[in-house]
Design a protein around this ligand. Structure first.
Ligand SMILES: [Cu+2]
Length: 632
């Protein structure tokens, strides 16, 4: 492994020291006190122009974009400040509400646990000790009770019982009891105490010392005796013919910048910035403990805050290189996350093979470069995995694991939107919907997007034998034309091309976006979550690039009435032909819980591929050397 210490690149995430400086200077400059909470402190990413023209020797001013929540005036402030302490901007965002902050959650839970009404209601349910109760703070992702809906920031508290110290608490949901807490005052404003249902008692053990897990295989070691084939310069990775920059944001977590591939002697740009810009989980169960659980894990929590520190040989196997990350806490402290991002190579089976008619065989093993991180948001784990392949393909895969959310209901009841996992323990149906923001720059910024479909003419002149089919390409010229759904029957995919750069056959060079396993939202568009996450009703959106348009449900989804983000921006119906465009790809899973998802769900996957399509003159895999002399 060669790793050079280099001075920061404009896209390197802010490190712990820089974050500390930013907080210190911001407090001094703007006279911030304990009522100003640091909701987000992220790198203020320089414009594409600055980055494209940046040279190693250039000095750049590192700056942070700070989102502050002024809890005294209930105002969001967005500010930009350099690491050296120069103020660039400071403005209030009318109507915006801060995401849920960890310190506020802690305060809300403390208040709820101390509330006499809650304590009495827990007693009625057989719980004498409130310390046995695990509460979570969730945004009210549906209608806010009418008499409380006066613009306050409110959360509600689903609860579970942990009957013994190390029990799986999600096996024991407490039914019909929630505190609604004002996040800013920390006051319990309402206690919902409805139906009492016995707390399900079947334990859901999963820890090794509880289950005695003893199914063992023989050791599998990944050995790279010469070390891995990638090198790092700061946050820049060079692997095979690829180079890219790893990034990290408090809101989106793992980000990929500036992806290039060396084609013969020429370094060719493919992507400027790739991220998973939102993750929303609509719940399809109208029961009391479930219908509000429509959280935006990215926009309402800040996914990067929940990034795991990864463990060698457990989370990641082989010759691993980690990058550390850091985030600010709401009260301006710095939380370092060692081993936040994992990078390694994986054997990926055969890349290609052919046995000639004369018996001569050529076969190549394929390898992929993986950069990944995992977050834990309450009950669930999300792994974000970006893969880079030797044939020019980029793949994104979300790995979903953790524990399904649970509610209690009467044993064997007709409860049609949930699965009964154990007697009285129900797992509501829900969807995990992700939105990738793909700022692709195929051989340059000016790109166009086409839809490609396969179709057959009726039997006749154009289809004499009935088996003929062709493809049809439709160019999107305006944003509204590009809001499309998948169509597996026509093999629909989308191709992003550069009309100015032609391949060896005089066709525009391009990459195609290929949908993988996905879903379509079941929540009605007129529902609260349907309005707030309106982006999810199309699998594809294309927009004209604008650095201020980063998140598909808008910058502040918490208690937003809806319509922000993609639906709002695309009202302008901007030109997207031969422009710097961004593709937004919406994908996910419809999770109908199985008994086998309990007690901890085996990994489910959802994602997509970006594959070269007329970008290279021939397969880049041909240039890959045989892994052994006997492979050819
Ligand atoms: Cu799920």
């Amino acid at each position: 492994m060669t790793s050079k210490n280099v001075s920061p690149h404009p896209l390197d995430p802010l490190n712990a020291h820089e974050l500390k400086e930013v907080v210190k200077h911001a407090r001094y400059l703007w006279k911030l006190d304990h009522r100003h909470l640091f909701a987000m402190v992220q790198l203020h990413e320089p414009s594409k122009e600055v980055i494209n023209n940046w040279k190693n020797s250039d000095q750049i001013e590192r700056a942070a974009k700070i989102t502050l929540w002024n809890s005294a005036t209930s105002t969001v402030i967005e500010a930009v400040i350099t690491v050296e302490g120069k103020a660039i901007s400071f403005k209030e965002i009318p109507g915006a509400k801060s995401p849920i902050l960890s310190t506020e959650s802690e305060k809300a839970i403390k208040a709820a646990k101390a509330d006499k009404r809650i304590i009495a209601a827990l007693k009625d349910r057989g719980i004498e000790d409130p310390n046995q109760v695990h509460m979570e703070t969730w945004p009210i992702g549906a209608q806010i009770p009418k008499d409380l809906d006066d613009g306050r920031r409110l959360i509600w508290t689903p609860m579970w019982q942990r009957p013994t110290e190390f029990a799986n608490l999600y096996a024991h949901p407490i039914n019909g009891l929630h505190a609604i807490v004002d996040l800013d005052s920390g006051e319990v404003v309402f206690v919902e105490n409805t139906e009492i249902i016995p707390i399900p008692q079947t334990p859901g053990p999963y820890r090794e010392n509880q289950t005695g897990a003893n199914i063992k295989l023989k050791d599998l070691a990944i050995v790279q005796s010469e070390g891995p084939s990638f090198s790092l310069e700061g946050w820049k990775v060079n692997w095979e013919r690829w180079n890219l920059r790893v990034g990290f944001c408090q809101r989106e977590g793992l980000v990929i910048h500036d992806v290039k591939f060396k084609d013969q002697d020429k370094e060719r740009k493919i992507a400027h910035r790739l991220s998973i810009a939102e993750l929303v989980i609509p719940y399809g169960d109208p029961s009391q403990g479930a219908y509000r659980k429509n959280a935006f894990d990215t926009g309402e929590f800040g996914l990067g805050n929940y990034t795991n520190s990864l463990t060698l040989g457990c989370d990641c196997l082989g010759e691993i290189v980690y990058l550390d990350a850091a985030v600010t806490t709401p009260d301006g402290l710095i939380k370092e996350i060692p081993n936040a991002i994992c990078m390694h190579e994986e054997d990926n089976g055969i890349l290609w093979k052919h046995v000639d008619a004369d018996g001569h065989t050529e076969v190549r093993r394929g390898r992929r470069f993986v950069v990944s991180s995992i977050v834990t948001v309450n009950n669930y784990e999300y792994g974000y995995f970006w893969y880079f392949y030797q044939d020019g393909t980029i793949e994104f895969e979300a790995k979903l694991t953790g524990i399904v959310l649970t509610v209690a209901d009467a044993i064997g009841k007709d409860h049609p939107s949930a699965t009964e996992l154990e007697p009285g323990l129900w797992a509501p149906y829900h969807q995990h919907i992700l939105c990738a923001r793909l700022d692709l720059d195929i051989d340059g910024e000016k790109n166009s997007v086409l839809e490609v479909e396969s179709f057959a003419y009726p039997q006749g002149e154009k289809n004499p034998y009935g088996g003929a089919y062709e493809t049809r390409e439709t160019l999107f010229t305006k944003e509204k034309e590009s809001q499309r759904l998948i169509d597996p029957f026509s093999g629909r995919y989308w191709k992003i091309v550069n009309e100015q750069v032609k391949n060896h056959m005089d066709h525009p060079v391009g990459y195609k976006l290929i949908p993988g396993h996905t879903t379509f939202p079941l929540a009605l568009p007129e529902s609260t979550i349907g309005k707030k996450a309106a982006f999810m009703y199309k699998h594809l959106w294309v927009t004209k690039n604008n650095d201020l348009e980063k998140y598909p449900a808008g910058d502040y989804p918490f208690q937003h009435p809806g319509g922000a983000g993609l639906p709002e921006w695309t009202k302008a119906n901007r030109n997207i032909e031969n422009e710097d465009v961004v593709l937004w790809y919406v994908f996910g899973t419809n999770h109908i819980p199985r008994s086998e998802d309990w007690p901890v769900m085996p990994v489910e996957r959802t994602g997509f591929h970006l594959k070269p399509s007329g970008f290279f003159a021939r397969s880049p895999g041909i240039d890959v050397a045989p892994s052994k002399p006997s492979c050819h």
